[in-house]
Each structure stands twice: as C-alpha cells, then as structure tokens.
Design a protein around this ligand. Structure first.
Ligand code: GLY
Length: 308
C-alpha cells in the first residue's frame, strides 16, 4: 500500500510527494521533491530558507536520505549556501562511495553536482538572530563579537519557538519500497558545526523495507544518544509490534540522565501499513500529515503523548 507520513511543517511539499506516489514514482524521489518545496518555503521556520542561523548568524543545513530496500544512505551536515539539501544527500548516496559529507566538503560536492550557491539567510531570521544575541551579550562581548567564546552563550540562548524541529518524510511506494528523508536548519543559535540527528542514520532516521521506518524531530541531542530510529526498526525485526517498538524507544529516551533533555517526536511506520506518531515530553500540541492510497486527501492529525 502506498503511504506517506510527515510532520506538520511538511505542508508545502506533502501533496507534491503524494502526487508523485499516486503516479507510481519512486518513494525517495517523491519525498526529495516534496521536501525541496519545504526547504524553499520561508514560512517554515525550522527548515531551509525559513530556518534559523547558528550563533555566528550563518545557516548550516543537515539532511539525510535512506532507501530501505538497499539500506543505502546519503547524508550531509552543516552545509552552507545550499537550499535543496535533501537532494544533495541523495546525490551523496547515488554518486559517492561515502555516506556523509559535512561543511565545506559538502558544498564543494554540491557545486560539482551542479547545485547553485543559494541565498539562505532570510532577512527576518538575521534580525531576530542579532536581537536575541545582543540581549545575552555584555557590552564587552558585543564589542569583540564574533571573536569571543561562544560556548557560554549556547547555554543561554535557545530557539525562539522553543523547538528544534525538522522536516521528516516516511513513505512507501508502489513497489513496496520504504524510505525516509529528513531536512533541517537545526537548533537556532547552535554552536557552529553542530550536527543534529537529522543527518545521523540510526538516530534521526532509519528505514528497512522489510520491517518499517522511523524518523525523529525536536531534540536530536537525545535521539543521537539512544539511536532511536534504529532501535525502533530493530525492535520490529525482533518481533515487536510497531506500538511496542515505539514504546521501547520512548522508554530509552526516558532513561537518559544528564546532558540536554527536552522533547522528542517519533514518527514511525511498519511494513504492514500501520503508522504511529508520538509526542515525548513536548509542551506544544504535535500534529502530523498522513496519507495512504485508500484516502481521497491527506489529513492533518494530532499525535498522542507517550508517558513512561
Ligand atoms: N531534530 C533536529 C535537530 O536536533 O537538529
């Protein structure tokens, strides 16, 4: 059964992907096409052009792609000046013997593959970035910026919308291939070079067409410590139901001690066509988009909270 699951902020590209899937398109290509629209939409404040910069006011994007039929992965991290970063992650998967490129190397590869150098910092993001930073800095820090230690500021400043969101698409195409694609600008005011979980296979995303797929949004600092996406798919391989696999992953998150602890949203599908989205300790209501081929149109639904 063709199906597609994505977080609420996927709306600018969700129907594009559904249309591709309806027409029999390959799942990864359909999802990369949809996520490309999200990346260019300024109203989506956690991904691409609408996202938030790092502590230095520079945009650094993360993205990942996994083909669940081959378990091939492409990922890019902390990429500057490139908007279609999920498409770049797919290029890594298809044209290099590597899984992941970061920073200047990823941008170099983007140029080799014909990707334009994009204007990526939205003027409003620049304004908010600087206003918030100034409030946290002493006058001496302001005078010396950016040649100052940034680590003390990274404890003080968090995202203006208190989220570390991401766009995740999980889908199954006409050939029953399951895949997952992620993209994010990461945590606002992050320390330069910080990678979230979105480009980390096993943490922010994982897919295996025989069992299912999982992808996470919000606090990547937690899912990287637990290998959350891989845990879910492995649990299904070991015979757990989708619900039990997601519960196990949430239990692992709840067992973390120390470090930065906040909310996580887990999105997961299984090979039998079930899906589950859970809100682990996020304060806000979490919604997501869902479509399968039995439905006339995609639906925006509310995720249940999971307590453990
Ligand atoms: N989950 C997105 C991030 O941590 O950057």
């Amino acid at each position: 059964m063709k199906m597609l699951l994505a977080n609420a902020e996927a709306w600018p590209g969700f129907e594009t992907t559904v249309e591709h899937l309806k027409q029999g398109g390959a799942g990864i290509d359909a999802m990369v096409a949809g996520i490309g629209k999200v990346e260019r939409e300024a109203k989506v404040r956690s991904v691409g052009y609408g996202g938030w910069p790092n502590m230095l006011g520079e945009m650094e994007f993360d993205a990942g792609v996994m083909d669940g039929s081959t378990r091939q992965v492409g990922a890019v991290g902390a990429v500057p000046a490139t908007l279609p970063v999920a498409a770049l992650a797919r290029e890594v998967m298809q044209h290099l013997p590597h899984v992941m490129l970061t920073g200047a190397g990823a941008r170099r590869f983007a140029t080799e593959r014909g990707f334009a150098v994009d204007e990526v910092l939205h003027p409003d993001s620049r304004r908010v970035w600087w206003e918030r930073l100034q409030k946290e800095m002493t006058s001496a820090q302001r005078a010396a910026f950016p040649t100052i230690p940034l680590a003390p500021l990274s404890h003080a400043i968090t995202d203006p919308e208190r989220v570390r969101d991401t766009t995740v698409f999980l889908g199954r195409d006409a050939g029953d291939h399951i895949g997952v694609v992620t993209s994010t600008s990461g945590w606002a005011w992050k320390y330069p070079g910080r990678l979230g979980d979105s480009p980390i296979p096993g943490a922010g995303f994982y897919a295996d067409s025989r069992y299912g797929a999982a992808a996470c949004t919000h606090t990547g600092e937690m899912t990287m410590r637990c290998g959350t996406a891989r845990s879910i798919v492995l649990a299904m391989r070991l015979g757990r139901t989708l619900d039990d696999a997601v519960k196990l992953a949430a239990e692992e998150l709840s067992e973390l001690k120390g470090g930065f602890l906040a909310g996580v949203v887990i999105h997961a599908i299984d090979a039998a066509g079930h899906h589950r989205v859970v809100n682990f300790r996020c304060d806000e209501e979490i919604r997501y988009w869902y479509w399968d081929e039995r439905m006339a149109a995609p639906e925006l639904r509310v995720a249940g909270a999971i307590h453990c």
